[in-house]
Design a protein around this ligand. Structure first.
Ligand code: FAD
Length: 516
């Protein structure tokens, strides 16, 4: 199956077919790495795991994997590579949980740092007026949740799936249904400890080394390796009222979403899904949700239709359930969904946040987790969302989809515009995520080739219709495309790169800069 985007790669892998594993080892580089005094260790064999990711399409074999035990292991390694200067082409990639889609956490013939083995100081939780947790860059969000809950606290902003690392999501943004209220995860960080591309260990925050702090947040791993993050917390709720309703008109659905995100006294989580031609949809929901009107719900037909599902949640403590129910009913009464499709559920907070893990377990048991994932994530300005929906859901994606399609608006005013993350210009924009899975060796509509072609049609439409879309978890083949992605921010990005990683050692898998 041909991958359409392998030409003109910007980084040191430029002549490499991304699906090829190259069994080549540079003995000079190996022996130079072996001279380093470390608390942890390097592996040079059995390292093919570091050439895999969730996307399962790009496989770059590294030269070595560092299993660091301390921040100083990471600093010594990067400093060593930096000092080798242009006599070496070695690069360094931090690898979080490797849930990237196109090899972003890989380093062809370079050093991959297995961040999950970093044993920093234990997670420290500070209670008080502005509570926070100090966590390692390699910590998984699910572990942060469990630890902070012991103190009745939890982070404010999440991703839909929690088995991702702090460093991995902060290098992108970390967006979920709480982002309309709290901004993405990168907006909820007080301080970072970072190893720069020169191997220096730097503490940074809004007040201290602010340029590095904002550069690293959403910075695609380009300016430093996050070894520690101070994450803001809030009192954790015990329970969640979780609600799904359906619409058959996109404009009614998006109007309701926009109305809900405009008020802070609204739900605590607001997302949405596009559902194309699903059989027995509401019957499937019954395993986790109860229909408000069972008889009407049993008569509802989803086959042959494109439907829009608003997914909302309200947090509560069991002793406040009456007030929460009143508030929820009042909010629901203002919405224009199809009345027979109101489904409700009450679940513990952890179960709600860790919901995607249940799907992971099911998919793994069927061998459907480790298959190619040609995902496409876009941020679409509000004024273009109807045009986008009409073209994409009414025209390009007809018949079915190969995985969930998420769609929900967020307020830009809640997002700090000093970070490296690029978003559309408008005050409200939509996150639209096509989370496709490709059946291995299928040449049909569920195969990789078909899905990649469909993604390309969506991108082509956005470009021809001047939608002003920005890719989230971006992936490009040429530096020119990166420049277009960053727009006026490109100069800032390049300046930060030359300050903090002048030899372009870090995160080569993003393929933005060429190793010097
Ligand atoms: P990796 O894939 O390991 O790394 C990603 C990038 O960050 C690489 O370039 C890597 O070099 C760099 N990096 C890793 N660790 C560090 C570090 N400590 N310091 C500096 N750079 C580092 N995203 C959302 O925003 N919202 C969602 O709801 C969401 N849901 C998802 C659900 C699933 C099932 C999956 C697979 C992904 C989802 N994502 C979501 C995307 C996810 O946030 C990104 O893919 C993220 O990068 C994954 O984290 P990771 O730890 O696996 O990072």
């Amino acid at each position: 199956c041909s991958i359409p985007d392998t030409a003109n790669l910007c980084s040191s892998q430029s002549s490499v077919n991304p699906r090829t594993v190259i069994p080549y080892k540079s003995s000079t580089n190996i022996s130079s790495l072996e001279t380093l005094q470390l608390d942890g260790y390097f592996s040079f064999d059995h390292i093919d795991f570091a050439a895999r990711d969730f996307g399962n399409r790009y496989h770059f074999l590294p030269l070595a994997v560092l299993h660091p035990k301390s921040v100083s292991d990471i600093s010594s390694t990067v400093k060593h590579v930096f000092k080798m200067g242009s006599t070496s082409q070695l690069t360094v990639a931090a690898r979080g949980h490797s849930h990237s889609l196109q090899g972003q956490a890989q380093a062809h013939q370079g050093v991959v740092i297995n961040m999950e083995s970093l044993q920093g100081p234990e997670m420290q939780i500070h209670t008080g007026e502005l509570p926070y947790v100090d966590a390692s860059g390699g910590d998984l969000w699910i572990n942060i949740l469990h630890e902070t809950l012991k103190h009745g606290l939890a982070p404010k902003s999440w991703t839909d799936y929690l088995h991702l690392t702090v460093g991995g999501t902060l290098s992108n943004a970390g967006i979920s249904g709480q982002a309309f209220k709290h901004g993405p995860q990168i907006n909820n960080i007080y301080q970072l400890e970072v190893v720069t591309g020169k191997g220096e260990v730097v503490t940074c925050s809004e007040k201290q080394n602010a340029e590095l702090f904002y550069g690293v947040l959403g910075g695609l791993g380009q300016f430093g390796i996050i070894t520690r993050a101070r994450i803001s917390l809030e009192p954790a709720p015990k329970m969640v009222k979780w609600i799904r309703v359906l619409y058959d008109e996109f404009s009614k659905f998006s109007n309701d979403q926009e109305r809900l995100i405009s008020s802070m006294d609204s739900f605590d989580y607001i997302e949405g899904l596009v559902i194309i031609n699903r059989t027995g949809l509401l019957n499937n929901w019954r395993s986790s949700f109860n229909p408000k009107d069972p008889l009407q719900a049993s008569r509802f037909i989803s086959e042959g239709k494109t439907l829009y599902c608003l997914e909302i949640a309200k947090y509560f403590s069991p002793d406040e359930s009456d007030i929460m129910n009143q508030k929820t009913e009042s909010l629901l009464s203002e919405l224009n969904y199809i009345p027979s499709t109101l489904f409700l559920s009450e679940v513990p907070y952890v179960e709600f946040l860790d919901r995607v893990h249940l799907s992971e377990i099911k998919l793994r048991s069927k061998g459907l987790w480790e298959i190619p994932h040609p995902w496409l994530n876009l941020l679409i300005p509000r004024t273009k969302i109807n045009e986008f929906a009409q073209a994409v859901f009414g025209n390009i994606l007809t018949g079915n989809s190969n995985g969930p399609i998420l769609i929900y608006p967020v307020n830009k005013s809640k997002w700090n515009n000093r970070t490296s993350l690029i978003t559309p210009e408008e005050e409200i924009f939509y996150q639209v995520a096509f989370l496709s899975s490709a059946m291995p060796s299928s040449t049909g509509k569920d195969g990789l080739f078909h899905i990649l072609a469909q993604n390309q049609r969506i991108l082509d439409f956005c470009s021809k219709a001047s939608i002003g879309a920005k890719q989230y978890l971006p992936h490009y083949s040429t530096q020119e495309e990166w420049q277009t992605h960053f727009g006026p921010q490109w100069e800032v990005f390049v300046r930060r790169k030359s300050t903090y990683d002048p030899m372009a050692i870090l995160a080569p898998g993003q393929r933005i800069f060429r190793r010097k």
